[in-house]
Ligand binder design. Structure first.
Ligand code: FNR
Length: 361
């Protein structure tokens, strides 16, 4: 296509041009000072690569597996809600893009198309992200729908007992369209006199009493493996393993929840060490380059997920844009592996990265 961006960051500007300010701000923004938003990306820039030369890199194999499912590369699609804001085809386009790239999409609980509609786009391995509501029956119902529509895992988001303070949304009086999955299950009308209607809706629905003991409840309502999204410390990672999860996602919700939470890449190794191989550890937040993916793998991630870049691709060019974003990152990872002397994913090790500080010692 003409005027194709050459990297993922260029899609952001196209998205900005394509979207009303209220929606662009919702997608791109973070919480409060947006310190963590910047830090998510800058922390990657403090990590340097330690390439090895004279390795046969004539064939690069990026393929990997997660929970036994094959993926063409360790780059997955993070759950992002209300994708119709970005493009009328929303999650349907994203699902097709992820399938075309042979990777796993995590569908958001707050999607603008239903679980059934997304499942019927095409055959592919998909996971379902869960928010636990005060109305446990509503959350349970969606888990069951995901299970009966062939989704293969539940990704429970645990960093959102309440919605983070996203000041752009408050200023813009954000209006989020109704969430399709929830129609008929609970009242979607919220009374807002200005401010963000998402914040008002979240404060009515999200269950701030959710705690470790409730993971037993979640396990009791599904046979699917459960991944826990939103872990940032060794302490919680160990509790998650004890609670019997099948995977951990190191995530700060794209810096949209607790500002001054650490950049995900800076705590990945702590979590990986605490988990010591018991379950796979994924990471999301600030991944914009193939080198970022490589760095996360070197620090022990099994795979990464990308949030905003896919939504920017979708906003700019629909399904094609979402697919290009994934492909670009895959291509960049492939080149990084070649230039760093790692022909396969298992060849990427801790010794392929160091921090700027390490180099001065
Ligand atoms: C999100 N994220 C998110 N997470 C989640 O568990 N459920 C959700 O519905 C949403 N919705 C959502 C909407 C938008 C517009 C964004 C940008 C993010 C967080 C998401 O899954 C992921 O953690 C971050 O987006 C990762 O950071 P990057 O890749 O956006 O930097």
């Amino acid at each position: 296509m003409e005027n194709d961006p050459v990297n993922v960051n260029e899609f952001q500007e196209l998205a900005r041009q394509a979207l009303p300010k209220m929606y662009y701000d919702y997608i791109s923004g973070g919480a409060e000072d947006q310190f963590t938003l910047k830090e998510n990306m800058e922390a990657f820039q403090r990590i340097m690569l330690r390439p090895r030369v004279l390795v046969d890199v004539s064939k690069i194999d990026m393929s990997t597996t997660l929970l036994g499912y094959n993926m063409s590369s360790p780059i997955m699609v993070a759950p992002t809600g209300a994708q119709k804001l970005a493009h009328p085809d929303g999650e349907l386009a994203t699902a097709k893009a992820a399938a075309a790239c042979n990777t796993i999409m995590v569908l958001s609980f707050a999607s603008s198309y239903t679980i059934e509609e997304v499942a019927s786009t095409c055959n592919a391995v998909r996971f379902f992200q869960l928010y636990v509501y005060k109305r446990r029956d509503v959350s349970a119902k969606l888990v069951q729908q995901a299970e009966s529509n062939g989704f293969r895992a539940i990704v429970v988001t645990v960093d959102t007992p309440r919605l983070g303070r996203r000041e752009a949304d408050i200023k813009n009086n954000l209006i989020i369209p109704k969430m399709k999955n929830l129609e008929g299950l609970l009242s979607l009308d919220v009374n807002v006199k200005g401010g963000s209607n998402l914040e008002a809706f979240a404060s009515e629905t999200l269950d701030p009493s959710l705690s470790w003991k409730d993971i037993g409840w979640l396990k009791s309502i599904t046979n699917l493996p459960i991944l826990m999204k939103g872990i940032l410390t060794a302490e919680d990672a160990m509790k998650a393993v004890e609670a019997g999860v099948s995977g951990i996602v190191v995530s700060n919700h794209g810096a949209r929840q607790l500002d001054y939470a650490p950049a995900t890449i800076s705590v990945l190794e702590e979590v990986v060490k605490a988990v010591s191989g018991a379950v796979p550890v994924l990471l999301d937040g600030g991944v914009r380059r193939g080198t970022d993916v490589f760095k996360a793998l070197a620090l022990g991630a099994k795979a990464v997920m990308i949030g905003r870049p896919v939504v920017y691709g979708l906003a700019a060019k629909g399904e094609y844009g979402a697919r290009r974003v994934i492909e670009m990152l895959q291509n960049e990872l492939e080149l990084t592996m070649a230039l760093a002397g790692c022909p396969s994913i298992k060849d990427i090790t801790r010794s392929h990265v160091c921090t700027k500080q390490d180099m001065l010692r």
